[in-house]
Write a protein that binds this ligand. Structure first.
Ligand code: PMP
Ligand code: GLN
Length: 380
């Protein structure tokens, strides 16, 4: 059977490749971003309870209403913004889907979307599969900040959307109020839609404020804001998330969503509706992840890797010019095979393979995992 690929230049994702290599070589996997510590037993019990109470049939298309109400409460509490749970929130099978369904909702062939690289791997294929063009703008290395002048110069009559991600994967950079002012300046008086990937909403460190689009009513009025429960409750395998958008945009989103997925896993939604009442579970997430980041930084001190600052997310970047001049892919594979530790090469987040010789390590791990990895890396 012959197929013409819609993604002719794309191979297997770097996360699949590196996780398979880690498994093959029994390496400690600090590549793909997922916690290796257990999620909440209470939340697991609540899912089981929901199943036993026979919440096992289709949920409403937009999501279990008590869950959407709990999310609206959380948004009011965290961001002092009122969003209507009936019209402005849709539960999705994960953050990746939320982004993809947004692309399908808003993009017409020939449209352009501003995307910053290094970019999470699903963005550009998702845009291209919907017939649009990604206008790639590099974040300024090594701080990975946005050059807003360059963004301005890259906007055309075809610019349909700008895609932002804060805290940022893979760099751990976060947007500041100054970035928000520049974003506002850029979109004001245009029809540009903001797609905001905020799956690391709570994973922000050192007392920084998460500049969510949910904070700014004028920006929210033109935004699709995407979240993932996997990142909030240490259950990336659940693949459950949600999108917040004003009702005019959300109506269009649901028109597609109803045929793409219809509705998400019911027992998990029922459980999350009550678990979301425990504010501490998400309020303490940033500080506990910050402790893991700090532990990893301390453990890596004796190595010849140089860590760049990480202000949020699961990730920290490392340069390695004191060790080798190898390209990052080659070195990431060699580390897996020879040192028994798997990172992600950051060049994989650039369409043209730009290689600043930087590796991404995931520190969302148990202390003993981080310690064992650092011990192995000391020998490199
Ligand atoms: N966006 C970013 C930046 C991510 O790192 C991830 C990681 N999984 C996602 C979206 C997707 O989230 P989900 O697993 O819920 O699809
Ligand atoms: N978001 C995770 C990462 O960046 C993993 C995503 C995936 O495996 N597709 O590592």
């Amino acid at each position: 059977m012959k197929l013409i690929s819609k993604l002719p230049t794309v191979g297997t994702s770097v996360f699949t490749t590196m996780s398979a290599l880690a498994l093959e070589h029994k390496a400690i996997n600090l590549g793909q971003g997922f916690p290796d510590f257990p999620m909440s037993e209470t939340l697991i019990d609540q899912v089981c309870q929901a199943m036993r109470e026979q919440h096992n049939q289709y949920a409403p298309m937009a999501g279990w209403l008590p869950l959407r109400e709990a999310i609206a409460d959380k948004i009011a509490y965290l961001y002092q913004t009122h969003v209507d749970p009936v019209t402005d929130i849709t539960i999705t099978p994960g953050g990746t889907y939320a982004l993809y369904n947004t692309f399908t909702t808003i993009l017409q062939p020939g449209d352009e979307v501003i995307v910053f690289e290094p970019a999470y791997d699903s963005y550009i294929p998702g845009i291209e599969l919907n017939g649009a063009k990604a206008i790639r703008i590099p974040l300024v290395h090594p701080q990975y900040h946005i050059d807003w002048q360059r963004v301005k110069e890259s906007c055309t009559a075809k610019t349909r959307a700008i895609l932002i991600n804060t805290p940022h994967n893979p760099s751990g950079a976060v947007l500041s109020e100054q970035d928000i002012a520049s974003l506002r300046d850029l979109v004001e008086g245009t029809d540009i839609i903001i797609i905001s990937d905020e799956v690391y909403e709570h994973l922000i460190f050192d007392g920084r404020t998460h500049c969510s689009m949910l904070r700014y009513p004028d920006l929210l009025a033109r935004s699709f804001v995407c979240f993932s429960f996997g990142k909030v409750y240490n259950c990336t395998g659940w693949k459950l998330g949600y999108v917040v958008a004003p009702s005019s945009l959300m109506t269009a989103f649901r028109k597609i969503h109803q045929f793409n997925c219809f509705s998400c896993h019911t027992p998990m939604q029922v459980a999350l509706a009550s678990f979301l009442q425990h504010r501490d579970a998400y309020l303490t997430l940033g500080s506990s992840m910050q402790e893991r980041r700090d532990a990893f930084i301390a453990l890596m001190k004796p190595t010849r890797f140089d860590l760049l600052p990480s202000y949020g997310s699961y990730f920290i970047l490392a340069t390695y010019d004191r060790i080798t001049q190898e390209g990052d892919k080659e070195f990431a594979m060699r580390l897996t095979r020879e040192a028994g530790v798997t990172p992600i090469p950051v060049s994989a987040f650039y369409t043209d393979g730009t290689d600043h010789k930087v590796l991404r390590f995931c520190f969302a791990k148990k202390h003993e995992t981080l310690a064992a990895a650092a011990t192995r890396l000391q020998a490199v």
